[in-house]
Design a protein around this ligand. Structure first.
Ligand code: NAD
Length: 319
């Protein structure tokens, strides 16, 4: 049986990835310190004999006994609210944590996949963004703790490939959404859905003309698994080229949720990227990958999940 280590496996994407790897008959070791993830995200997997959840901080130490075929490094706060609240932890997990995870891959002779991000492009001056665009990041801006940690992560991953011969692959993930996003994580999709379901104003940053491209989590996970099985070093963009103004996303979610909420406008965060759309030609070429789930279907599934999750919270608070 093949063995996979997923750091950050109790987070949003990590939990879907663990699920998918189990479906592919991997034995999965999920390493997480629950900084921004939750054991509940993988509670349904703990009965599976192929699954182990290990509480650990990858910036301290990463030790795993026995063979490992692939290390997928997903540990890192990912939403602006999370990384702005935990700037030092974000820099540490992106640097020291990435080095520890690379060390594990090196020790075991395993394939290593780094979860990098479209944020390495910063507020991009090239649109859409191909992988050879080097980005426009403000190294002393508030978002730098995340963007620069991921850029360092890519650099050290590349160095382990060149100097230590580790079989590495880098995926640059663009905005991904789906069930298990935290309703309070501050990202547009969970925030708009929560506001719509709670019948509060849906608050759009700025005038809402800034764009994002949203990929449903099952599609992102498919791309990650293909990268784990490939031998390409990347970086490879994984995202949905369908681009959407944030204000239109707010209206869409309001309609799909059947919500009476009004759309309101709030301040735009500093260094918020104006546009974001992946060029996925490389993913098509080397992974034969492109997103399959229409955004509307993904939004419906996510709204259904949030409806159930929020109802459960109300029951728990009330009981
Ligand atoms: P998340 O916050 O839900 O998951 C991150 C997980 O990492 C959490 O479970 C957290 O507890 C864990 N973690 C953080 N620091 C840790 C440490 N030091 N040791 C062990 N575990 C630690 O975020 P997510 O949205 O699932 O993102 C997962 C990965 O994908 C991140 O690396 C993120 O940068 C990347 N990514 C996500 C998106 C997106 O749209 N969700 C986009 C681009 C890149």
């Amino acid at each position: 049986m093949r063995r996979a280590v997923v750091t950050g496996g109790a987070g949003f994407i990590g939990s879907h990835l663990c699920e998918r790897l189990l479906d592919e008959d991997y034995e999965v070791l999920c390493l997480d310190n629950f900084l921004t993830g939750r054991p509940e995200n993988v509670a349904h997997l703990t009965g599976d004999p192929g699954f182990r959840l290990i509480r650990c901080d990858v910036t301290d130490f990463v030790h795993v006994s026995g063979p490992v075929d692939v290390v997928l490094h997903f540990a890192s706060p990912a939403s602006p609210i999370d990384y702005l609240q935990r700037p030092i932890e974000t820099l540490e997990v992106g640097s020291i944590g990435t080095q520890h995870a690379l060390g594990l891959a090196r020790e075991k002779g395993a394939r290593f996949v780094l979860a990098s991000t479209s944020e390495v492009y910063g507020d991009p001056l090239v649109h859409p963004q191909p992988e050879d665009y080097r980005g426009n990041v403000n190294p002393v801006g508030p978002r730098a703790v995340y963007d620069e940690a991921k850029r360092f992560g890519e650099a050290i991953t590349t160095a382990y490939r060149s100097y230590h011969g580790v079989d590495t692959g880098i995926v640059r993930i663009f905005n991904t959404f789906g069930p298990r996003l935290r309703p309070d994580d501050g990202r547009a999709v969970p925030t708009f859905i929560r506001q719509a379901l709670e019948e509060q104003p849906i608050v759009v940053a700025g005038d809402g003309s800034q764009t994002r491209s949203l990929c449903y989590v099952d599609d992102t996970v498919e791309g990650i698994v293909r990268m784990a099985h490939a031998d390409h070093p990347g970086p490879v963009n994984l995202g949905n080229p369908h681009e959407l103004a944030i204000v239109d996303l707010a209206r869409w979610i309001k309609d799909l949720a059947g919500s009476p909420s009004e759309i309101a406008f709030g301040p735009l965060p500093q260094d918020d990227p104006q546009v974001r759309r992946p060029d996925i030609s490389r993913a098509r070429d080397v992974l034969a990958w492109e997103p399959k789930t229409p955004v509307e279907d993904g939004l419906r599934r996510t709204i259904d999940w949030f409806r159930r999750a929020l109802a459960q919270q109300v029951v728990q608070v009330g009981s």
